[in-house]
Ligand binder design. Structure first.
Ligand SMILES: [Zn+2]
Length: 282
């Protein structure tokens, strides 16, 4: 095929497009339009400089950027789950396999309601799930997470150290910057920090935690915490970092941002006692 036949003559074929706001003629950009086999919708035109067009493109560009960022976050999260055994195991925890008993059914309902509000974007508050070990805190938090993930909501769930290790890893791996991960933690739809306070917390970890909580609060994004400690004991655990002021600030902010639910241990022998005491209350 002769070369001249494979090209459009721009003027003859009238490839100009018009601005849909002010009607100005717009010229195609790049060289793609020169080829016969390109379909018209893929031809890119210059952008008009009228005000309405500028605003129109600003919005398109912002959406596009947001989409790209989300995709990038998704890749980082998937990488984390593929490398993190515990977080991988958490994927099996669902509301369906959570053992509902007389003593926790109210809390499970609250957790389900919280999940639905998250899905419908009607939520800024976080959730602190407390209770002794073995009562199902992690299971409940992971059930919420998995339900959100199914709805294509971006969730990161893990212990504080494994989450923060992602930042440390970036010192070795130049493909992700430290700020990029702080940005991810600050903007992700949901972050779940499991078993907070169990691990010894360093000054460095405390600093990072503060930044993340502060940013999420500002961005009106929720956070879920599970912990076996009550407020005062969690604070005491944080004091190990030797920064009492920062510890106080974190705990205060966290309890401001979050609803609290406490899971209790179900004990067959206690069952009768509990219902008796409930009756006397009534
Ligand atoms: Zn225009």
């Amino acid at each position: 095929m002769a070369l001249e036949n494979t090209k459009y003559d721009c003027n003859k074929k009238n490839l100009n497009s018009k601005c849909k706001f002010c009607g100005k003629d717009l010229k195609p950009i790049g060289l793609d339009y020169l080829y016969v086999n390109i379909s018209p919708e893929f031809i890119e035109y210059e952008r008009c400089t009228c005000e309405k067009s500028i605003n129109y493109w600003k919005e398109i560009d912002m959406k596009d950027q947001k989409q790209k960022k989300r995709q990038h976050y998704k890749e980082i999260i998937n990488q984390f789950y593929s490398q993190n055994y515990i977080s991988k195991r958490l994927k099996e925890y669902k509301f369906d396999n959570f053992k509902v008993t007389d003593i926790n059914k109210k809390e499970v309902e609250i957790a389900k309601d919280y999940t639905n509000k998250c899905i419908n974007n009607k939520l800024e508050n976080g959730l602190i799930i407390t209770g002794n070990s073995g009562v199902g805190k992690t299971h409940l938090a992971a059930s919420i997470s998995n339900e959100l993930i199914e709805k294509d909501i971006l969730v990161l769930i893990g212990r504080l150290t494994s989450l923060l290790d992602m930042i440390k890893e970036t010192f070795k791996d130049n493909s992700k910057s430290k700020n990029e991960l702080i940005d991810l933690f600050s903007n992700l739809d949901m972050i779940v920090i499991d078993d907070l306070g169990t691990e010894k917390i360093s000054q460095w970890a405390l600093d990072k935690l503060y930044t993340i909580i502060e940013n999420r609060n500002e961005n009106k994004l929720p956070i879920i915490i599970t912990t076996r400690f009550n407020k005062q004991n969690l604070l005491n655990r944080f004091y190990q970092s030797n920064d009492k002021d920062l510890s106080n600030a974190i705990i205060q902010k966290l309890y401001q941002m979050c609803y609290g639910i406490e899971l209790k241990k179900y004990d067959e022998n206690e069952k009768e006692k509990v219902s008796t005491s409930n009756q006397t209350k009534c």
